[in-house]
Design a protein around this ligand. Structure first.
Ligand SMILES: Cc1ncc(COP(=O)(O)O)c(C=O)c1O
Length: 347
C-alpha cells in the first residue's frame, strides 16, 4: 500500500482556515436555568426560536451507536449532496486539480466538479458495470485528488467488486469517496467497517433512501478523525436545521421499523424484477442491489412517453453511456408496482 499523506491533499487555504465560531460553539455548559443573550435570537419560545446544535450531538450519538462508529468519525450535512460539496471544497484547488468519476454514475459528482471549477477525468465502467482498475490508476496524475465510487451504483444498481474497490483504495494516491446512498438495500457489507484500515477513505450515506427521509435532507460522512476535522473547518455552523435533527433522531431511534421497510422494498424489488423479465419489450433487467432497477427496452424514449401518458414517471437514462435504451424504475409500494406492471403489459 502506498504512503498516504493527508497534508498534501488538503487545499492550502483550508489548512490555514479558522472556521467561524458560533455563539453555541463558544459557550458549552448549557443548563436549563441559563439566560441566553449571545446569539441575537428571538426570546419567545416556539421550539425553533433557538439556533440548532451545530455539532448535532444527539443525532451523532445515536448514529454512532447504530453504526458502531465513533462520533469523531462522523460529519453530517444537508443531504449527502452537501457532504460531497464539502469534500470538493476541502481537497480540490479550483482550476488546478482533478477528480475521477466512473460513468454511468450519479450526476452530482460532475455538477459539483463544475461548480468548484475542478476537472473531471471520466473512466467508463466496463460492460459489466465494474470499474476498470488499471485504467483508473493509469489516468491518475499528481493533481488528481478524489476518486468517486458509487456502490451500489446509480443508475446501474450493482455493487462494485470488493477486490476492485480494495485495490483502488490501496493504490490510488488521493482520497477514495465511496457513495453508499443505497447500501441498506444491498447484501454487501458497508465499507464503514474498514474505515480504520484505510486513511484515504471517505464514505457517504444518507437518510434519503432506506430511511425514507428525503424531505428532511440529512447526509452522513464517515472518515478518519483527521479528515473529519478538515471537513468541519468548512462546514457552516448551522447546516443541519433543528427540525431535521429532531426528525432524524426520531427515526434513528426506531431501527427495526426501518429494517422492516427495507425488507418490504427488497421483496418488491424481487417481484418487480421477475415481472419485468416477462415483458416482451424488456430486453434486460439488470440485477439490483438498490431500490431501483435499470432495464434495457426496445425504445426507451418511446416507452418513457407512453408511461407518462398513463401517469407513471420513470427515469429515462438512454443518453448515459452504457445505458442506451435504458429506463430506471424506482421500487414503489406494492400497489404502485402492480399498476406499473399491468400498464407495461398493456403497452
Ligand atoms: C448515489 C447517490 N448519492 C447521493 C444522492 C443524494 O443523496 P441526498 O438526498 O442525501 O443528497 C443520490 C440521490 O439520488 C444518489 O443517487
Amino acid at each position: 500500500m502506498r504512503e498516504f499523506n493527508l497534508n498534501t491533499i488538503v487545499r492550502s487555504n483550508v489548512k490555514s482556515l479558522r472556521p467561524y465560531s458560533s455563539a453555541r460553539d463558544e459557550f458549552k455548559e448549557i443548563t436549563s436555568d441559563m439566560i441566553f443573550l449571545d446569539a441575537n435570537e428571538n426570546p419567545f419560545d416556539n421550539n425553533v426560536n433557538r439556533y440548532p446544535d451545530p455539532k448535532q450531538n444527539k443525532v451523532k450519538a445515536q448514529l454512532s451507536k447504530l453504526k458502531d462508529v465513533s462520533v469523531d468519525n462522523l460529519l453530517l450535512g444537508n443531504g449527502s449532496d452537501e457532504v460531497l460539496d464539502f469534500i470538493f471544497r476541502a481537497f480540490c484547488e479550483p482550476n488546478h486539480d482533478s477528480v475521477i468519476t466512473l460513468p454511468p454514475t450519479y450526476g452530482m459528482y460532475d455538477v459539483l466538479a463544475n461548480i468548484n471549477a475542478v476537472d473531471v477525468i471520466k473512466i467508463q465502467l466496463d460492460s459489466n458495470f465494474e470499474p476498470k482498475v488499471d485504467e483508473i490508476l493509469n489516468a491518475t496524475t499528481n493533481t488528481t485528488k478524489l476518486l468517486f465510487l458509487c456502490s451500489p451504483n446509480n443508475p446501474t444498481a450493482n455493487s462494485f467488486n470488493v477486490n476492485s474497490i480494495e485495490r483502488l483504495i490501496t493504490s490510488f494516491t488521493g482520497i477514495v469517496v465511496i457513495d453508499e446512498a443505497y447500501i441498506d438495500f444491498s447484501y454487501e457489507e458497508s465499507w464503514i467497517r474498514k474505515l480504520n484500515k484505510f486513511p484515504n477513505l471517505i464514505i457517504t450515506q444518507t437518510l434519503s433512501k432506506a430511511y425514507g427521509m428525503a424531505g428532511i435532507r440529512l447526509g452522513i460522512c464517515y472518515a478518519s478523525k483527521a479528515i473529519i476535522a478538515i471537513l468541519n473547518k468548512i462546514k457552516p455552523p448551522y447546516n443541519v436545521n433543528e427540525l431535521t435533527q429532531l426528525k432524524a433522531l426520531e427515526r434513528l431511534m426506531k431501527p427495526s421499523e426501518v429494517s422492516e421497510e427495507i425488507q418490504k422494498i427488497i421483496e418488491q424489488r424481487n417481484w418487480l424484477m421477475s415481472e419485468l423479465k416477462t415483458i416482451p419489450f424488456v430486453e434486460v433487467a439488470y440485477l439490483s442491489d438498490a431500490n431501483f432497477i435499470l432495464a434495457k427496452v426496445d425504445d426507451a424514449t418511446a416507452r418513457y412517453s407512453q408511461l407518462i401518458e398513463k401517469g407513471i414517471v420513470v427515469r429515462n437514462r438512454t443518453t448515459q453511456v452504457l445505458c442506451e435504451n435504458c429506463l430506471r424504475f424506482t421500487v414503489g409500494s406494492e400497489q404502485e408496482n402492480i399498476k406499473l406492471i399491468s400498464i407495461l403489459k398493456g403497452l
